[in-house]
Structure formats: structure tokens, C-alpha cells
Design a protein around this ligand. Structure first.
Ligand code: NAI
Length: 418
């Protein structure tokens, strides 16, 4: 096993952090116990390209407990927690290729090392492994059962690949499970994005003009939490339905050009590119803070800002001041990369519990059914989605009502009307 990590002496610190995360992840622990007994992944090789955090460590442990051999690489060099990587290698005997702040070349080297283990199933967060598998690693496709995908941006890439007729594997879009995006994207991104901005800058949110670009599941969460902390929140959207939803949720909906001169903090969460770019730089309010929580670092055109700026200085860790003129300096957090992972710790474990239970059950589904599934993008079966919600509720000590046989019959009938 040839791992590549930053510093193995960090392992004890990583172990403590993983144990802390485990307290908040009862659904994964429940699956771990089940898999330990049943060994459904015996002889299965998995490669997971996910943010190397404590929660990912729990997922890797659970899959290993079920008999799989697991190789982990990072889905973003800035989100890697070196102590977690060290602990996985030392205490769990899991192969890891991830170093915090790795260069682009090193990042791809790590992805390739994970694929060199010849996985039967890959787990992606942004479709990077799957993209390599459809390029230089095409030969390996024949021996694979399938893949899973964690995030919206990855699913968009997969659907584009499917539409072009070139997708060669069944892929389960874990992101599209209700127990994933309704909670992870909304409550996870909502809380952790604000957490990242606050840890990086220590600014007071109350009274600020916060602008949220994109009112999808993530944007709704960010807007809700910023509003809850006392900010004036404006929303930018390109979809009229979502824009209307934001209006009826009580937010101002406007355009970037109009709001830029008033914006104290702009957060992009669109999954799109060039949301803050040279069209708007000169209009930005002096002191404006720019942060991105969308998957790729293309939402804020940092390269163009750098070209345009007279100077660029790191004023706090991860906070870069770009001086555009004597009267205008703007601040970019974490170089425009996912602020919640780069400046904070990503989503709280309790929410990742459900997302990663979805991943574990998706892997199980591929192991049991993958051979007979056609290439294509699949939802996590609804039964599994409900199972995750049910277990999470029980673990939280909540119970809920059930249908009576009469109610079940009524809902299934078409002829019982007025
Ligand atoms: P979504 O598809 O539900 O929402 C995106 C919204 O942005 C859509 O309503 C779309 O109309 C809007 N949009 C697109 N281009 C725009 C533009 N130029 N200006 C304004 N609005 C625009 O997607 P979701 O689930 O909210 O995810 C958004 C991004 O966040 C994706 O890249 C996703 O991968 C990422 N993500 C990040 C997480 C994190 O931990 N930071 C967690 C989950 C997802």
C-alpha cells in the first residue's frame, strides 16, 4: 500500500477528530454494524475521491468494515485535513493520496494513484475520477460495477456525458436523494458557509448587505442563515421560478449590476462560472468580501481580478485584499474555492451522516445490482432514501405517524371522491 500524505505523526490528532465526528453519525454507525456482520463488500475494491474530512473518514471505515479495500484521494486540495489522512493510513490501514494545498499536478497524481488500485466502484464529488475513467483510464471501465456522485456539479457533468451518449457506467447520483440535497445542500452549506466567512474574517453579519448568487438548495440555506443572523439579504437568480420563490421567501431579488455598489458580502453558490467577473469589478463596494461555496473555483474570476488589481496582499490567513484603486479594495476568501471547506470544516457531521449513508447504500446497491444495470444516471432507490430518514429520525428520538390500512387504501384509489 503506497499512501501519499503530509505527515504521519498527525495520526493521533486525526483519530480524536474522527471519533468526535462519529458521535454525530448514528446512521453510518448503524450501517457499519450491519456491514460488519454481512460482509457485503468482500473482495470489492473502492476508490473514493471526496473531501478528506472526518466524515469521509467515517464513510471509509464503514465501507472497510463491510469487507471492501478502500483507496481515498481528495476532491479539492484545500479541504484536505492532513491529520485525518494520517489517521486513516495509520489506524485503519486505508490507502490515502491527499495532501492539503497540493498543486494541480500533485492533485491529479493522487487521483491516478487511486485509480491505479483498479477499483470496481468509484465514489466521486465533482466527477473527477469518472472523467479520468472516460479518458486515459478507459481500459478499466470493463471491470467496473459503477460509480456514485456526491454533488450537484458532478451530476451536471454526468448528465452531459450521458446526453452525449458516452457514459459507460451506471452512476448513482447520491446528490439527488432527498435525504442528501434537502439537508446537506441546504442546512449543511447554509451553516458552514457562514461559519467559513466568519472564521476567515470575524466580521459581524448583523446589519450587513449580504448577496447570495444562486437560489438552489445551497443558496436557500445560505440566505436563510444570513437572514437569521441579522443580515439584509438580496438574491441573484437566472431562473424566474427560483427568483419568485426567493421573493416570496421575503428576500430582495435584483441584479448583480444593481446590488454590487451596496454589497458588503457576496456569496456565489450557482455551480456556474463568471458570476463575479470583470463586468462587475469596478462597481463593487469598497471593502466588499467575495466568497464562493459552489463546487469549482470558477464562480469568481479571481485570475481576472488579479490582473486588474494594483496590488494583492494576504491580510489574514486565506483573506486576500485586491486593491483596484486608491478608493477601492475588495477581499477574496480562500482564493475563490469552497469557503466552507477551505476556511471552516465543511458540513457538520450530523448532516454528512445522511449524505454518506446514501453513499454507503449506493455502493451496496451497485455491488448487488450493478452488473445488471445499464449505463446511465440513476437516483438512489426511494426505499433506501426513506430508510435513511427513518433511521435518522429514530436516532434523534423522534417518532412519526403511520398510515392506517384505510388511509393507505384511500390514497391508492381514484374512485373515492366527493
Ligand atoms: P442548484 O442547481 O439547486 O442551484 C443553483 C442555482 O443557481 C439555480 O437555481 C440556478 O438557476 C442558479 N444560477 C445558475 N447560474 C446563475 C448565475 N449566473 N447567476 C445567478 N444564479 C445562477 O444547485 P445547488 O445544489 O444549490 O448547488 C450549487 C453549487 O454548490 C454546486 O456547484 C454544488 O456542487 C455546490 N455544493 C457545494 C457544497 C458545499 O459544501 N459548499 C455542498 C453541496 C453542493
Amino acid at each position: 500500500m503506497k499512501s501519499h500524505i503530509a505527515d504521519s505523526s498527525l495520526a493521533p490528532a486525526g483519530k480524536k477528530k474522527i471519533e468526535w465526528a462519529a458521535r454525530e453519525m448514528p446512521v453510518l454507525t448503524h450501517l457499519e454494524e450491519r456491514f460488519k456482520k454481512q460482509q457485503p463488500f468482500k473482495g470489492i475494491r473502492l476508490a473514493a475521491c471526496l473531501h478528506v474530512t472526518t466524515e469521509t473518514a467515517r464513510l471509509a471505515q464503514v465501507l472497510k468494515a463491510g469487507g471492501a479495500s478502500v483507496a481515498v484521494c481528495a476532491s479539492n486540495p484545500l479541504s484536505t485535513k492532513d491529520e485525518v489522512a494520517a489517521s486513516l493510513v495509520k489506524h485503519d490501514n486505508i490507502e490515502v493520496h491527499a495532501v492539503h494545498d497540493a498543486s494541480r499536478t500533485e492533485y491529479y497524481k493522487h487521483l491516478k494513484a487511486a485509480l491505479d488500485t483498479k477499483p470496481h466502484i468509484t465514489l466521486d464529488d465533482g466527477a473527477d475520477l469518472l472523467t479520468l475513467l472516460h479518458g486515459d483510464y478507459k481500459k478499466q471501465l470493463g471491470s467496473m460495477l459503477g460509480s456514485t456522485e456526491e454533488t450537484t456539479t458532478g451530476v451536471i457533468r454526468l448528465r452531459a456525458l450521458e446526453a452525449s451518449g458516452n457514459l459507460a457506467l451506471p452512476v448513482i447520483a447520491v446528490n439527488d436523494a432527498l435525504t442528501k440535497h434537502l439537508f446537506d445542500n441546504r442546512y449543511g452549506t447554509g451553516q458552514s458557509t457562514l461559519d467559513g466567512i466568519i472564521r476567515a474574517t470575524n466580521v459581524l453579519i448583523a446589519g450587513k448587505q449580504v448577496v447570495v448568487a444562486g437560489y438552489g438548495w445551497c443558496g436557500k440555506g445560505v440566505a436563510m442563515r444570513a437572514h437569521g443572523m441579522g443580515a439584509h439579504v438580496a438574491v441573484l437568480e437566472i431562473d424566474p421560478v427560483r427568483a419568485l420563490e426567493a421573493v416570496m421567501d421575503g428576500f430582495e431579488v435584483t441584479t448583480m449590476a444593481r446590488i454590487a455598489p451596496r454589497a458588503d458580502i457576496i456569496v456565489t453558490v450557482t455551480g456556474n462560472r463568471d458570476v463575479v467577473d470583470s463586468r462587475v469589478f469596478s462597481r463593487l463596494k469598497n471593502g466588499c468580501i467575495l466568497a464562493n461555496s459552489g463546487h469549482f473555483d470558477v464562480e469568481i474570476d479571481v485570475a481576472a481580478l488579479r490582473k486588474r488589481a494594483k496590488s494583492r496582499t494576504e491580510v489574514r490567513p486565506g483573506v486576500f485584499a485586491y486593491t483596484l484603486s486608491k478608493k477601492q479594495t475588495v477581499y477574496v476568501l480562500s482564493e475563490g474555492r469552497l469557503v466552507n471547506l477551505a476556511a471552516a470544516e465543511g458540513h457538520p457531521s450530523a448532516v454528512m451522516d445522511m449524505s454518506f449513508a446514501g453513499q454507503a447504500l449506493a455502493v451496496h446497491h451497485l455491488v448487488t445490482h450493478g452488473e445488471h444495470m445499464e449505463a446511465g444516471v440513476y437516483r438512489l432507490p426511494e426505499k433506501l432514501d426513506k430508510e435513511i430518514a427513518q433511521y435518522k429520525l429514530s436516532a434523534m428520538g423522534m417518532s412519526h405517524d403511520r398510515l392506517t390500512p384505510k388511509q393507505k387504501k384511500y390514497l391508492a384509489s381514484w374512485n373515492e371522491g366527493t
